[in-house]
Design a protein around this ligand. Structure first.
Ligand code: PLP
Length: 424
């Protein structure tokens, strides 16, 4: 199936007389006639459902759709994008291990890595996505277990050279994990360029309507853990906490990573989405390809308009000709990158605040990537306590406006921007 068709039909094929829509199985538990039948499930010897924290049919259908969209072999949903990134990394690295990460990543992910996972004994080395070969090489250590980056970074909007980072990761015998939230698999499929594991904050374009917080992890099934049994004992040796199962032996490369993440991490941390939220996510997925095309076309039109506006100091959008990452965007996501544009209003922090106040259609919201155009001025909201010098250190210029372009009529969006800029 084509990706447009997978959006509609992927992950669920109803049998005769069964519901046409993915049913919401709003049940924590599943009944069995004998203890032996249920015991086989606990031993991972039979497949079936017994408790929704581990698996639920609604969630599994939706995870299967996302897995098909990415071209992977196995996938799982999580209750948030944060949980997806935490699980993806923690499934490979534990206390005493090390991970290389791009420095151009979502602030919440940076905090998760640099503060919270550091407290768990995992060290991260952050490298700029356009670092030199020497810098990238120097970031690896003997205890490095993975490389992590965002295909399109939030909010920097830089594009990661996925092939380059995959090559470096594989040369050191570790997988590349890509957070593919912004372009979605409609625009970019990281597995085709050598990435091994993909994560998502489905809260963004996949849900698309700001209905439900959620996340997903997909495995390509390509990384051969068994070549490095000493590095990945959790995948290659018996898991005593799960009846002595060796994930790579029992589930092969196609299923080992996701089965371990489910059986160990979901069992112990429990960041499962509700089946109701998975159902909302699926409704969003059905129109993902239509919406992405519109988000991207609208964002490019806004970026072009801003580029020529005398009150605008600078504009960043990966699909805008002249953008520093235009060539990378054309290589990895030729159909479009995402619906987010960042730009600076001449006059700095004060001018940006005035611009925001002049908007009517676009709402001021701490969000990106849903149907409604929304805008955030970090210097007067999320980063308002910082001085201009501190903002610069955090990579946020005082004039930076993050504009998440929705799927309204482009003339209405441009008219709103024009009016707000006129008031500056
Ligand atoms: N990854 C990216 C690229 C994001 O933009 C976000 C949130 O904005 C996250 C992960 C975290 O996702 P969530 O808010 O669903 O936990």
């Amino acid at each position: 199936m084509n990706r447009d068709t997978i959006c509609i039909h992927g992950g669920y094929t109803p049998g005769n007389g069964e519901p046409r829509n993915i049913p919401i199985v709003q049940s924590t538990t599943f009944r069995y006639a004998t203890g032996e039948a249920m015991g086989a499930l606990f031993d991972l010897e039979a497949s079936g459902y017994f408790y929704t924290r581990l698996q639920n049919p609604t969630n599994d259908h939706v995870a299967a759709k996302i897995t098909q969209l990415e071209g992977g072999t196995a996938g799982m949903l999580t209750s948030s994008g944060q949980a997806a990134n935490f699980y993806a990394v923690f499934n490979l690295a534990s206390c005493g291990d090390h991970v290389v990460a791009s420095s151009a990543i979502y602030g919440g992910t940076f905090n998760l890595f640099a503060v919270t996972m550091k407290r768990m004994g995992i060290e991260f080395t952050f490298v700029s996505p356009d670092c030199s070969e020497e810098e990238l090489e120097a970031a690896f250590r003997p205890n490095t277990k993975a490389v992590f980056g965002e295909s399109v970074a939030n909010p920097a909007l830089s594009v990661l050279d996925i092939e380059r980072f995959a090559k470096a990761a594989h040369a050191h015998g570790v997988p590349l994990i890509i957070d593919n939230t912004f372009p979605t698999p409609i625009n970019c499929r990281p597995f085709e360029f050598g990435a091994d594991i993909v994560t998502h904050s489905t809260t963004k374009y996949m849900d698309g309507h700001a209905n439900a917080v959620g996340g997903a992890i997909v495995d390509s099934g390509k990384f051969d853990w068994t070549k490095y049994p000493d590095k990945y004992p959790g995948l290659c040796t018996p898991d005593e906490s799960y009846h002595g199962v060796t994930y790579t032996e029992r589930f092969g490369l196609a299923g080992a990573f996701i089965t371990k993440a489910t059986a160990q991490l979901m069992r112990d941390f429990g960041s499962i989405p509700s089946p109701q939220n998975a159902y909302y996510l699926n409704i969003g997925l059905e129109t993902l390809s239509l919406r992405m095309a519109r988000h991207c076309a609208n964002a490019l039109a806004v970026a072009k308009y801003l580029k020529n506006h005398p009150k605008v100091a600078w504009v960043r959008h990966p699909s805008l000709e002249g953008d520093p990452d235009y060539a990378l965007a054309q290589k990895y996501m030729p159909k479009g990158s995402c619906g987010v544009v960042s730009f600076g209003v001449k006059g700095g922090r004060e001018a940006a605040s005035k611009f925001m106040a002049g908007l009517e259609l676009a709402s001021i919201a701490t969000h990106v990537a849903d149907a409604k155009t929304c805008v955030l001025h970090p210097a007067s909201t999320t980063h308002r306590q910082m001085s201009d010098a501190e903002l610069a250190q955090a990579g946020v210029s005082p004039d930076l406006v993050r504009f998440s372009v929705g799927i309204e009529d482009i003339q209405d969006i441009l008219a709103d921007v024009e009016k707000a800029l006129a008031a500056v």
